[in-house]
Write a protein that binds this ligand. Structure first.
Ligand code: MLT
Length: 250
């Protein structure tokens, strides 16, 4: 088991250096919507997800692979990119749309957080959908744990912090030790305050407001708040995310 007094939380992509993640077990949180979409895609049978840092990288990869097996997916500033097969609504990622496919995935903050965390010893993708699978996998690690909240262009996103707090709350059995790191204390405390009312708090978050303006359908927000729908655990290895199904430990 990891030393939970060392568990830390970073609040956006811009608030850490790559080196701070070396040899750590890293969890990426982007509830609205990149990590919820990745979990959904793998749960619905996508073969793999290749996260990219920008449009240039996405099109370079797309040009070098067989377009029958690959889909170009993602958003810029919340909106589906012209010419892409799918946007970033998890509800688009049905088994009919993506089963057996490999996805090249490009988002404004979430895939950037993943790309910046490549020096980690292990990297897991978390959403409320696979909360227990993530917590069970973290119970197995000896490494220090860092939860990276993707945020929005350098700002904190409340929903990412709530998921971090929920993970910490479950890992610690609701008892955070007094010498826990400040980042862990903040996430834990926010979750303690708002955890009973997750969906309505997230519905009023800044990114939810942005999505309500950009995306016609607010079902994405309710969908992203659903807890423990799957045991899928997306894991990044050599730049590619695949599913490591986690058995229940309790
Ligand atoms: C991101 O990566 O910033 C988000 O997933 C944006 C979105 O909601 O599409």
């Amino acid at each position: 088991m990891s030393d939970l007094s060392q568990l830390d939380v970073f609040f956006s992509v811009q608030t850490f250096h790559e080196e701070q993640l070396r040899d750590k077990t890293v969890v990426i949180s982007d509830v609205l919507r990149a990590t919820s979409t990745i979990v959904t895609a793998l749960a619905n049978g996508a073969q793999k997800v290749i996260p990219v840092g920008d449009m240039g990288e996405a099109s370079r990869i797309a040009q070098s692979v067989d377009s029958d097996n690959y889909l170009l997916c993602g958003e810029k500033d919340g909106i589906k990119i012209d010419g892409y097969d799918l946007g970033n609504s998890p509800l688009e990622y049905t088994s009919e749309a993506i089963s057996g496919k490999s996805l090249i995935f490009n988002t404004t903050n979430g895939t950037k957080a993943i790309k910046k965390s490549m020096s980690a010893a292990e990297l897991f993708i978390a959403s409320f959908h696979n909360l227990d699978a993530v917590v069970d996998a973290l119970r197995e690690t000896e490494n220090e744990i860092v939860i990276v909240c993707s945020g929005w262009k350098g700002r904190l996103s409340l929903e990412d912090l709530l998921l971090a707090g929920n993970i910490i709350f479950n890992l610690t059995g609701g008892q955070l030790q007094p010498d826990a790191r400040d980042g862990a204390k903040v996430a834990f405390t926010i979750y303690e305050k708002f955890g009973n009312d997750l969906e309505s708090v997230i519905f009023h978050s800044n990114h939810a407001a942005r999505l309500k303006e950009l995306v016609v359908d607010t079902q994405d927000i309710s969908y992203c708040c659903q807890i423990n729908m799957t045991r899928v655990l997306p894991v990044l290895k050599e730049g590619i995310i695949t599913n490591r199904h986690v058995k229940e430990t309790k």
